[in-house]
Design a protein around this ligand. Structure first.
Ligand SMILES: [Zn+2]
Length: 142
């Protein structure tokens, strides 16, 4: 029997249909769930996923532009302040994005493999670690 797409803990004999964005268009998928609570969580995830996906794409473009711009200015001016401040700030930004938008990051299959609940949790923890690492790098070195 299939396991619940949200928690992965319980065998799931019921399926709920969702309309999820995959590869640029909406597809109907049937996801197994174990309880009413997990069903709600799956639908909440799909709504967030569909909303976050385009936002994340835009953010990624802006992020890449700032990153490349910083490297270019650094290369031309040789000012180490830029790399010391802008790069940790960009890392912290990625961390924050992961904490705020954990649902739009990857295709549904990755969330399904670990369970939507757990995969989103791991994404948020990764975000926290990135923010932590960036904060430590920005502190003075003494
Ligand atoms: Zn469940």
């Amino acid at each position: 029997m299939a396991r619940c797409a949200n928690c992965k803990k319980q065998p799931a004999d019921q399926k709920t249909a969702v309309r999820i964005v995959e590869k640029g268009s909406r597809h109907t998928r049937e996801l197994p769930y174990c309880s009413e609570r997990c069903k709600q969580a799956i639908h909440f995830f799909v709504r967030s996923h569909n909303q976050e996906l385009p936002r994340l794409k835009n953010m990624l473009m802006v992020w890449a532009l700032i990153f490349l711009g910083t490297l270019l200015v650094q290369f031309i001016s040789g000012n180490p302040l830029l790399i010391d401040i802008v790069i940790p700030a960009l890392v912290a930004f990625v961390g924050l994005v992961l904490i705020i938008y954990p649902s739009g990051l990857m295709d549904l299959k990755y969330y399904e493999r670990l369970g939507i609940k757990w995969f989103s949790l791991y994404v948020r923890i990764t975000g926290l670690i990135l923010v932590g690492v960036a904060a430590t790098t920005m502190l003075p070195a003494y």
